[in-house]
Design a protein around this ligand. Structure first.
Ligand SMILES: [Mg+2]
Length: 201
């Protein structure tokens, strides 16, 4: 029942924000990954609070820890933003992940006990915890109809990851499922973009 409600909410919000989402798709380079984004540049652009999705952004779906190549990037973020201003907002708040963060990235908070994205509740909780306005918050996410849509609803900045981490050898069925979802979302929004442009033009 919760899943159906969430799907219905997503469809309503997709209808409301499809122009914004289509413009994000149009303006995001293909194959964009987290390590290519400079924390220093984000800070200079006015981002005070950085919120990271986990699956696809920090590691392949279902992994319990971020990939090795992001460890230094995460420590750079802690130095630049402060651990208090760094959050993980995932629809899968696994205990193993929370423990890993507590052990290796002390002070970074993994948000739990909120309605899953695209509900904006997790982002609202982060704004309440930090006291920061939505315009100072950025979410990094690889899913248009969950994270990116939640960011649109909460009016926070968003970076869309177009090259998600995958691990075909460990979880081929799940990876195929999520790859198909990402493909459908991305191309549906591209179509929305073209449709919007042709009707405006
Ligand atoms: Mg994800």
């Amino acid at each position: 029942m919760k899943l159906l409600k969430r799907i219905y909410f997503s469809m309503q919000m997709l209808h409301r924000y499809h122009h914004t989402l289509a413009s994000i798709v149009k303006n995001t380079p293909p194959l964009q990954q987290l390590y290519q984004i400079s924390p220093v540049t984000l800070k200079k652009q006015g981002v005070a609070v950085l919120v990271l999705d986990f699956d696809g952004v920090l590691a392949a779906d279902g992994a319990s820890q971020p990939v090795e190549e992001l460890h230094q990037w995460l420590h750079d973020c802690i130095n630049i933003f402060g651990a208090d201003n760094l959050f993980v907002l995932s629809n899968k708040p696994l205990v193993s992940r929370i423990q890993y963060f507590n052990q290796h990235y002390a002070g970074v908070r993994y948000i739990t006990g909120v309605k899953k994205k695209p509900y904006p509740d997790g982002l609202h909780k982060i704004m309440a915890l930090t006291g920061q306005a939505s315009t100072s918050v950025m979410l990094v996410d690889d899913r248009l109809l969950t994270g990116v849509l939640a960011a649109c609803i909460a009016n926070v900045h968003v970076t869309y990851i177009t090259k998600a981490y995958v691990c075909w050898s460990q979880r081929p069925i799940q990876e195929f499922f999520f790859m198909s979802l990402r493909f459908l979302e991305h191309h549906m929004l591209r179509w929305y973009g073209f449709w919007g442009a042709s009707h405006r033009g």
